[in-house]
Design a protein around this ligand. Structure first.
Ligand code: CA
Length: 502
């Protein structure tokens, strides 16, 4: 049985397939004393109660029982180590780029002018201030796509930006800044080409002045349903405004641009023990190449990285970034404490079935998506980057919330890795999907763009997959459709709302 030990310090190895008691661990001279499920850990040395379990060279926790070499180590046997203390985080100014420079360092995209990221798609985004408008806007959008969009062939799509926020909420609560900023900045995503269009009900708490500047609130950009004559009047008003916007967007053309015009995000979902071995380090290498070339690369998921946050601080380049990191992590700690939950609320039962014992193991695997680059900036949820390079944007780890929050921060492509499998995708930006192992690719052949399982079998390296992904990211940025976009499957736009619903 092939098993992977990541770091020389590790005292466990992960089996790459379901293993039976009595099988030999190749290269370790150890016979398994238990059946070990795929992706789970086997002890390489005798471990006594209280001994540290080490993977990625990091302490995952402490043994609660004694085991012998070849025993299965499951989550019930490991006690969590104390979480890194936020106040102790230090700015290490570390991080490094790969030595090589990739050949491609430009791409064809939709320029949005100086100081702005360019679009990878040319989409009309129609925003809403409140969920009450959803039914009417969905109806109107279908009509626009059927009757008007075909006249404007340079426009890729019409996207109704329907989210659950907007009314029945504590709009003045301090944390309401997050959903408000999300709605405001999603409308300004580079893939929408700066064309603002809002459908409002008229009496909602998320009033137009919270998401638009005073000069943007006018008949060119806003349809208020309570000012329309009946359902027909509402649909007509939306269609008429959409056609004007489509005319403008139709004039946009792709031009050759530097990598500094590209903003790419990543997250993982449905992770397993292989995420941190194959798919995530491959993303990390592609992101290192992009960051070195001047692109902005964003990783997130606070609860997933929480127990590896000292690694992020160590790669920050200035004290201000570490202070910001401390602020964002403390905010999240308090948010969880308010609900009397802690970090053990993550991982999910599926993660555990896949072999991830606890959040420390998940954190190391999750952070691998950010490669080794210096971290140039820390953002709060839905904030906009002001520097290029590797960026940590503090969002929830929940796939369906992290995605839209990164869209608000300006990503125009997302790279998503999964081990257990999820059909997750976004409509606002194309999503490239990576899987960690061959069997999930066999099960879902049409849902994954890259299967990094060859890393586990030793047939291909992380660097080779990193290059393949780097090229695919640029191809997709230039218009190539990844699997999920071809299939037309999308998740809903769930805006992060940590403030009370009333
Ligand atoms: Ca996630």
């Amino acid at each position: 049985m092939k098993a992977i030990k990541v770091n020389a310090k590790d005292n466990v190895a992960v089996v790459i397939a379901p293993a039976k008691k009595g099988e030999e661990l190749e290269g370790f001279g150890i016979t398994l004393l238990d059946d070990v499920p795929q992706g789970h850990k086997a002890a390489l040395v005798p471990l006594k109660k209280g001994d540290a379990v080490t993977r990625y060279g990091v302490t995952l926790g402490y043994m609660m029982v004694d085991v012998e070499p070849g025993n299965w180590i499951n989550e019930h046997m490991i006690e969590l180590p104390p979480s890194p203390v936020v106040a102790d985080l230090k700015c290490g100014k570390k991080g490094y780029y790969p030595e090589e420079n990739p050949e491609r360092n430009t791409w064809m995209g939709y320029d949005n002018g100086p100081g702005k990221y360019a679009g990878t798609r040319n989409i009309l985004g129609i925003s809403t201030t409140v969920q009450c408008c959803a039914g009417v806007l969905r109806y109107a959008t279908e009509k626009i796509k059927k009757e008007i969009l075909p006249k404007y062939p340079n426009v890729d799509d019409v996207d109704a930006l329907i989210h659950p926020y907007g009314c029945g909420v504590a709009i003045n609560a301090p944390d309401a800044v997050i959903p408000i900023r999300s709605v405001r900045n999603i409308a300004r995503n580079p893939n929408f080409g700066g064309e603002l269009m809002f459908v409002s009900l008229g009496c909602e708490k998320l009033s137009l002045d919270k998401v638009l500047d005073p000069e943007e609130i006018n008949d060119e950009n806003v349809v208020v349903l309570q000012e329309c004559q009946g359902f027909t009047g509402m649909v007509d008003a939306i269609c008429n405004m959409a056609e004007k916007k489509l005319k403008i967007l139709n004039e946009r053309k792709r031009t050759r641009l530097p990598l500094s015009k590209l903003c790419v995000g990543t997250q993982c979902g449905g992770s397993d023990a292989f995420s941190g071995l194959s798919a995530n380090p491959s993303i990390g290498y592609a992101f290192d190449l992009l960051a070195k070339g001047g692109a902005t690369c964003m990783f997130s998921e606070v609860t997933e990285v929480r127990d590896g946050v000292h690694i992020i601080a160590d790669r920050c380049q200035d004290e201000a970034s570490v202070e910001k990191l401390k602020k964002e992590i403390s905010w999240y700690d308090n948010y969880l404490a308010k609900a009397s939950v802690d970090r053990s609320a993550n991982p999910t039962p599926g993660n555990k079935k896949g072999g991830l014992s606890n959040i420390v193991e998940k954190a190391c695997g999750s952070i691998a998506k950010s490669g080794n680059s210096p971290i140039m900036q820390i953002l709060g949820p839905a904030e906009l980057p002001t520097r290029s390079g590797m960026t940590f944007a503090a969002t929830p780890a929940s796939d369906i919330v992290c995605g839209p929050t990164q869209v608000a921060s300006g990503i125009t492509i997302q790279v998503f890795s999964t081990g257990r499998g999820t059909p997750y995708s976004l409509k606002e930006v194309p999503v490239i999907k990576l899987c960690t192992r061959h069997d999930i690719k066999v099960q879902w052949p049409d849902l994954f763009d890259i299967d990094t399982g060859d890393v586990l079998t030793g047939e291909k390296t992380i660097q080779e997959f990193g290059h393949q992904l780097y090229n695919l990211i640029l191809d997709v940025a230039e218009g190539k459709k990844p699997c999920a976009e071809k299939l037309g499957i999308y998740n809903d736009l769930i805006v992060d709302n940590p403030a009370p619903i009333t």
